[in-house]
Design a protein around this ligand. Structure first.
Ligand code: NAP
Ligand code: ZN
Length: 359
């Protein structure tokens, strides 16, 4: 493709520029990004804070951007036609058994790639080519811009798949076979945390979302609309008053905070670690913490990325939530930016849930 405009970063050294680059894309569908979501990973790469990001072979730069909503411009595939809306998959398989069955999210040898993150160019460019099998069609036109939330939502859907598998090790539901009265605590108040909160409510959990400072008015309103309780841990350090957390989901990556709440987990509780922060301060795990985990059959599981099936389910959830919550769901997109608004990569705007670049 000629003269493709792209954001790029010389990962892991850092730096950002906006230049014309020739990138040899391959694929049977030509796509034009409509919106690209920004997340901590993009900011981490741009600011040289993520040691695991690396350039594609043969390139001394990496085009970033992995949360993408695109329009098909031209197609040689019978599955897509010009004008279709599509979301490209981030993770691309290697040759391990999990990758070979379409589950590169569970890659067994680390030999996969992630567009815009590890060894593969991402989607922050004016157009790119991809193969139809790497694309998920957005069939519901009422979703509009919300389709850009498919990528972050698919992570949440996969983590709940992990929850379902792990929770089957004992009777997890209550005596009426529901999750009513079970408590889920989500650490963090970013976009992933809000998406976790939405799915947690769908499952029937009494849902809490937590940060160590107050949250902005727009986020408080969103909690109200989604029937989610906000906890400011700097004011309420007794929360919860007893060991009653049945599901703990961490989006902070802060070990001290995580294990502070693992200590408050209920019998057969499940903790899903999702957030990562290489720079988080050291946390302490004591013998009595291990005793608590062992004696209560508590499971701590990591969950990363997701597979095609989770993108499809994520789109279904987003359509359902759009019907349920209407325009409140659109308020998850807290800011629209232009491709040249580079400050967006240096500083999180106040009240940000999801910032997006409109191409
Ligand atoms: P984000 O907006 O940065 O969310 C992180 C949240 O955690 C923020 O609300 C932050 O609060 C909060 N936080 C940080 N330290 C905390 C603490 N000690 N106690 C309570 N809250 C704390 O990022 P995101 O896009 O929602 O993503 C969440 C995390 O998941 C990130 O670490 C990201 O790298 C990771 N991630 C993982 C996967 C995966 O597949 N496992 C995929 C995507 C993203 P403030 O910033 O407001 O202070
Ligand atoms: Zn693999």
């Amino acid at each position: 493709m000629e003269n493709v405009k792209a954001y790029y970063s010389n990962a892991p050294v850092g730096g950002i520029d906006f230049k014309n680059k020739n990138i040899n894309d391959q694929g049977n569908v030509l796509l034009k990004p409509l919106l690209t979501g920004i997340c901590g990973t993009d900011r981490g790469i741009v600011n040289a804070g993520l040691s695991f990001a690396y350039n594609p072979e043969g390139y001394n730069f990496l085009v970033i951007g992995h949360e993408s909503l695109c329009q098909v411009i031209e197609s040689e595939s019978n599955q897509f036609k010009s004008g279709d809306i599509a979301v490209p998959l981030v993770r691309r398989p290697g040759n391990c058994p999990n990758c070979l069955i379409g589950r590169p999210d569970n890659c067994s040898d680390g030999d996969k790639h992630e567009a815009g993150i590890t060894g593969l160019h991402g989607f922050m460019r004016e157009e790119f080519k991809d193969y139809d099998y790497n694309l998920v069609k957005v069939a519901d036109p009422s979703l509009g811009d919300l389709g850009v939330l498919t990528e972050p939502t698919k992570n949440v859907v996969k983590a709940f798949e992990v929850f379902e598998k792990v929770s089957s090790r004992s009777v997890y539901h209550n005596s009426s076979s529901t999750l009513e009265g079970k408590k889920a605590l989500i650490i963090g108040t970013g976009s992933e945390a809000f998406l976790y909160a939405l799915l947690s409510r769908d499952y029937g959990f009494e849902t809490y979302i937590l940060n160590r400072h107050p949250i902005e008015k727009n986020k408080m309103e969103m909690c109200q609309a989604f029937d989610v309780n906000f906890v400011n841990s700097s004011e309420d350090n007794d929360f919860p008053d007893k060991s009653s957390i049945d599901l703990l989901i961490d989006t902070s990556g802060d070990p001290g905070t995580v294990f502070g709440f693992v200590r408050k987990m209920n019998y057969n509780g499940i903790a899903i670690l999702f957030g990562t922060n290489e720079k988080a301060p050291v946390g302490t795990v004591t013998g009595s913490d291990i005793d608590h985990i062992v004696e209560r059959n508590i499971t701590i599981a990591g969950s990363v990325d997701a597979a095609r099936i989770h993108y499809i389910k994520a789109l279904n959830y987003l359509s359902k939530w759009k019907k349920q919550y209407g325009n409140v769901l659109n308020d998850m997109i807290t800011g629209y930016y232009k491709p040249g608004d580079l400050d967006l990569f240096r500083k999180k705007p106040d009240g940000e849930i999801k910032s997006v670049i409109r191409w």
